[in-house]
Design a binder for this molecule. Structure first.
Ligand code: SAM
Length: 342
């Protein structure tokens, strides 16, 4: 009989908690700040991206994930910018899923290029794709994204369904732009086994905050769907879910709202973010609480990085309002989501 000479490593997982006793279990990792769309609510048309050498390398990101996994971070979401515009993404994903303690890998994508890689994503074991799509109308898609790639995004939707990859569709609701899309978007969950979630628009547009938006909070969005489907019923949300979810009888998937601007879910928050530049964020609304790239490039060992992470997690803001208040003076919460890692 042949025995594999592969080393067996047993990693002890010790769940880390923050100062409000919330477990840190979920890492959102931005692999790039670049994007092949220019959604007006996310970034200006002429966006300044950072030089590539300032991005974390795949090796640095893998190292961070390997330090965080034994601390209880078992779920990783790859985001950006658009993850699929960064070269050699797939081998990196394959390495991530093989980190001991990582049990779930998800990706947030705009779907422009994603359909090409669906077979490999299935083989790697990607659990869920979150597909960003704000309208079912091709012309409106162009007006929102400033790019003519609606058909590619729809192709990603169908290809993911063909490969049996779980799909969540995320739509940002923008006053005066796509509120007519709320019902047709919700009805995608009638046609297909997908969950459709509506996100409140946030000020992260890279251009400063505009006051004529933010009229559509989660209550108004849900009421709009309820007016058409009064039989809609509340379903149990998964642990630490940011969305409040509903089922409409006869629909294949659920619909939900994400109160990203109202920030009603912070008490349950188990997530942290690492931006493409290597800044650690313990809240979407903070302005970066620690420069992990600097620490790693100063040749600190894993133990020192772990100690810094423990220190930061024990000083986490209570909620998104406190995190916003603590931002440095003159740095309002209006940077682009593509630099934050959405
Ligand atoms: N490129 C990928 C995508 O499109 O899904 C990942 C990055 S994108 C920044 C992540 C998510 O952030 C998308 O669902 C996008 O709609 C959302 N987003 C961007 N700007 C936003 C804003 N100002 N308010 C709310 N959501 C926003």
């Amino acid at each position: 009989m042949q025995f594999s000479d592969q080393k067996i490593t047993i990693v002890k997982i010790e769940q880390i908690y923050d100062n409000y006793n919330r477990p840190i279990q979920y890492l959102r990792l931005a692999v790039t700040d670049r994007c092949n769309l220019r959604c007006f609510y996310c970034m200006p048309e002429h966006m300044q991206f950072v030089p590539k050498q300032e991005l974390l390398t795949y090796e640095e990101m893998e190292r961070l994930a390997s330090i965080l996994a034994p601390m209880g971070v078992s779920k990783i979401r790859i985001t950006g910018g658009e993850p699929f515009v960064r070269r050699d993404l797939l081998p990196f994903l394959d390495r991530l899923v093989n980190i001991e303690g990582v049990t779930q890998l998800n990706i947030t994508t705009n779907g422009v290029l994603t359909w090409k890689y669906m077979k490999q994503l299935k083989e790697i074991g990607v659990h869920t794709l979150n597909l960003s799509l704000d309208t079912v109308d091709k012309q409106r898609f162009f007006e929102i994204t400033r790019r003519d790639t609606f058909d590619d995004v729809i192709k990603t939707l169908h290809t993911a369904l063909d490969y049996g990859i779980q799909l969540k569709i995320n739509a940002v609701v923008m006053d005066g732009k796509n509120t007519d899309d709320i019902l047709p978007m919700a009805e995608l969950a009638f046609k297909y086994p997908v969950d459709v979630r509506f996100i409140e628009e946030m000020p992260f547009n890279g251009q400063g905050r505009s006051n004529d938006r933010f009229k559509w909070d989660y209550l108004k969005i849900i009421q709009t769907i309820k007016d058409r489907y009064p039989e809609m019923e509340r379903v149990k949300d998964s642990n630490h879910s940011t969305s409040t979810n509903y089922h409409i009888p006869g629909f294949k998937g659920n619909v939900g709202v994400i109160p990203a601007f109202s920030r009603t879910f912070c008490g349950q928050c188990n997530r942290i973010r690492v931006t493409a530049l290597g800044m650690l964020k313990t809240c979407l609304y903070d302005d970066g609480v620690f420069n992990l790239k600097k620490l790693m490039r100063n040749e600190k060992d894993d133990g020192e990085i772990r100690q810094q992470l423990i220190r930061i997690f024990s000083n986490r803001a209570k909620d998104g309002f406190e995190a916003e208040e603590k931002r440095a003076p003159g740095k309002p919460a209006n940077e682009s989501m593509s630099t934050i890692g959405g």
